[in-house]
Design a protein around this ligand. Sequence first.
Ligand code: CA
Length: 223
Amino acid sequence: MRILIVEDEPKTGDYLHKGLRESGFNADLARTGPDGLHLALEHDYDLVVLDVMLPKMDGWAVLQKLREFKQTPVLFLTARDEIPDRVRGLELGADDYLVKPFAFAELLARIRTLLRRAPAREPEILRADDLEVDLLRHRVTRAGTRIDLTPKEYALLQLLARRQGEVLSRSLIASQVWDMNFDSDTNVVDVAIRRLRTKIDDPYPRKLIHTMRGMGYVMEARD
Ligand code: CA
């Protein structure tokens, strides 16, 4: 995930830059409005953290210009906690805002929420071997044959297909697909996986969903 920070105040800018890098993001820092806009247009960031009060070109102007070309999610940093300012930012197309001073943990939480929400230029079709998950049409096919799934099965398949090759634990699957935490001994995930397998794997010689004993499940085309 690549994030651009546009912040003129040296200490705050450096602090955010360092903090986001340490949190695992690929972060760039611009110290003026024009520099920020230039970088945001030049590269495809997943998110821009944009200070409002900037020299040369303020955050409003940067956002306005950016929106003419791109829908990159923008999180505004504002020193003013005034309703008209917030409204203005949101009207111009900011996705969220944070009033200074703020705790880094809160910034991080907002960033993660925005990144989850953002349709981060994802492919429209996920593929695993001859399985295709059409994300726009919510359609699943294998070897060209349409497969009907329940909404939960679809969500589960989408998660596995998106993170192919990665072993996903039962608790991670439970939290992502059911949006809640299950006790580790529950078999809800196993039952759902079994149902999904009967539809997408059983009729085909090449299996895509594999059990990793004691660890979870992985989607992978194996010979
Ligand atoms: Ca500033």
